[in-house]
Design a protein around this ligand. Structure first.
Ligand code: TXA
Ligand code: MG
Length: 315
């Protein structure tokens, strides 16, 4: 398959209307989209990414009215989250309507819904005129793509089109909240922090258990975000003095900067979050064997950043 490149949201939307799959920018990471109501197009997403069929997709909308193409009603918690955080880096999980094909939800009776904030994404979604299901536009298990070139690296020849935009502003995937039970549950950390969610819904909890994890959010148990290099978490000031083919990313200068063939100093946790996935990819391109990641404090987006780094370290 030939992958076309375009900067035009309208041109990219034409590909969707013909039943194709298109990678597009959002403020979190690049997504790989298909028309949610076109089952064979949705199937192509799983094939292109080599994504396990039991990992559900998020439906992306540009207009709040589209929520009712996907679910029959929102409970008061879901309504509150939509009013406060849409558009933005939040995904709510709600009961799916019968119109939503099961392939999109990986057989679940629920559907994740998100309204991106990025202008180019909203233009694209509005030209599509239908909710677009989109996982991150990487090969399954690889770090999420924060640039169109990272999408190209993983998926050139496997997808129909890439809508070329700027590097993603946030760099880490959306916060996912399950709103189907009376007390909503945070399933995946993201740019909307637990503290922010709590200020809107005080009895929100963080999902910790593992027994029901498979049911709650199948994606959480798959291998994720892993570069080929080994990822090691270090406390500030504790990076090694010498290492073979090693790289370093963090907020503070490591004790011996020359120990690393590649290093990235970030001025803030936001900048660290924005840089981390592309840094992992750059390390793989350069044949780095070990990536030392400096630990950060966990309020705000620090929690999401540490969650992704821990998963990469476990992978
Ligand atoms: O920021 C994002 O969320 C990006 C952009 C493209 O929007 N998308 C993204 O999609 O990260 P993906 O497929 O890589 O991650 C979706 C996560 C997975 O952990 C999945 O299990 C969970 O959301 N999820 C989706 N639908 C769900 C559902 N119905 N119930 C529980 N978890 C769900
Ligand atoms: Mg993903």
């Amino acid at each position: 398959m030939k992958t076309s490149l375009t900067k035009s949201p309208a041109e990219a939307a034409e590909v969707i209307k013909r039943g194709g799959i298109v990678a597009f920018p959002t403020e979190t990471v690049y997504g790989l989209g298909a028309d949610i109501f076109n089952e064979s197009a949705v199937a192509k997403i799983f094939e292109a990414k080599m994504r396990p069929g039991d990992n559900p997709l998020i439906a992306h909308i540009h207009d709040l009215g589209q929520i009712y193409d996907l679910t029959t009603r929102l409970n008061s918690n879901a309504e509150r989250l939509v009013a406060r955080f849409f558009p933005g880096p939040l995904t709510i999980v709600v009961d799916r309507s019968d119109a939503v094909p099961l392939i999109a939800t990986a057989g679940l009776e629920t559907i994740g819904i998100r309204m991106p904030k990025l202008t180019v994404a909203r233009h694209f979604l509005s030209e599509c005129g239908t909710p677009i299901v989109a996982p991150s536009a990487n090969l399954s298990g690889r770090p999420s793509p924060t640039t169109w070139t990272a999408v190209f690296e993983d998926l050139n020849g496997r997808i129909d089109c890439i809508l070329q935009g700027d590097p993603a502003e946030i760099g880490i995937e959306s916060t996912v909240v399950d709103c189907t039970s009376p007390n909503p549950v945070l399933l995946r950390q993201g740019a909307i922090s637990f503290e922010q969610l709590r200020s809107e819904i005080p009895d929100m909890s963080v999902f910790t258990g593992s027994e029901t994890l498979a049911v709650r959010s199948p994606g959480l148990r798959h291998r994720h975000y892993s570069p080929t290099a080994k990822v090691v978490i270090v406390s500030p000031g504790k990076a090694p003095l010498s290492a073979l083919q090693a790289a370093y990313i963090g907020l503070n200068v490591p004790p011996r900067p020359t120990a690393f063939i590649l290093s990235r100093l970030c001025l803030s946790i936001d900048e660290y979050a924005k840089a981390v996935f592309e840094f992992f990819r750059e390390c793989d391109r350069q044949g780095v064997q070990t990536i030392y990641c400096e630990k950060v404090a966990e309020p705000g987006i620090g929690a999401a950043l540490m969650d992704r780094i821990r998963r990469a370290a476990d992978g």
